[in-house]
Design a protein around this ligand. Structure first.
Ligand code: SF4
Ligand code: SF4
Length: 175
């Protein structure tokens, strides 16, 4: 599904309806911490990490099934996320998004958080936003915090780090 950004400037009621539309056809970036958390639950990084070359950088993204572009952790039987308790930080941020630059959308304005200027959005296409019966209200502060955490983790995510992580995981499994 395509992200249809709307400015997120004040708290919004949200209730995930588990339609899992957001788990198909998406490019989900992984940080090394994401990879480690998922691997420690018994999943081999070879089965869920795909390399994506972007300019002169290599990023790690969640592997998708070829036939429907669904995430490999999307459970076809239950329709739910198979790693809900350790899913990647990007999945936790969605249906919200954090940007360092404005996207040029009507009504957007910068959100100052911990001395950083951020632009926050939500996906108008997610049926859980302002869904009937939403008991949870998501605040811009919560999402900004996740966004900064993602940025910090992504900074230290590279091939060398992945090689070290795999070595560490293998060492731990032989103990
Ligand atoms: S976050 Fe939105 S799009 Fe994703 S499963 Fe929940 S309701 Fe559906
Ligand atoms: S890890 Fe879970 S929430 Fe994230 S895209 Fe895959 S199935 Fe969806």
């Amino acid at each position: 599904m395509r992200f249809k950004p709307k400015p997120f400037t004040r708290p919004v009621p949200f209730k995930c309806l588990h339609c899992l539309d957001c788990c198909r056809g998406r490019h989900v970036y992984l940080t090394l911490k994401d990879i480690e958390r998922i691997a420690r639950k018994g999943h081999d990084p070879q089965d869920f990490v795909t390399f994506s070359v972007e300019g002169n950088q290599i990023r790690f993204v969640l592997t998708v099934r070829e036939w429907d572009l669904g995430c490999v952790f999307h459970d076809l039987e239950t329709g739910k996320c198979g790693i809900h308790d350790v899913n990647p930080i990007i999945c936790r941020i969605y249906p919200f998004m954090v940007s360092r630059k404005p996207l040029g959308i009507e009504g957007e304005k910068p959100f100052e958080y911990k001395g950083k200027k951020l632009w926050l959005y939500y996906d108008e296409g997610c049926p859980g936003i302002k869904a009937e019966g939403s008991e949870t209200v998501i605040s811009p502060e919560e999402i900004a915090e996740f966004g900064l955490k993602f940025e910090r983790e992504l900074e230290g995510t590279d091939l060398e780090g992945l090689a070290e992580l795999i070595e560490r995981l293998e060492g731990d499994s032989h103990e």
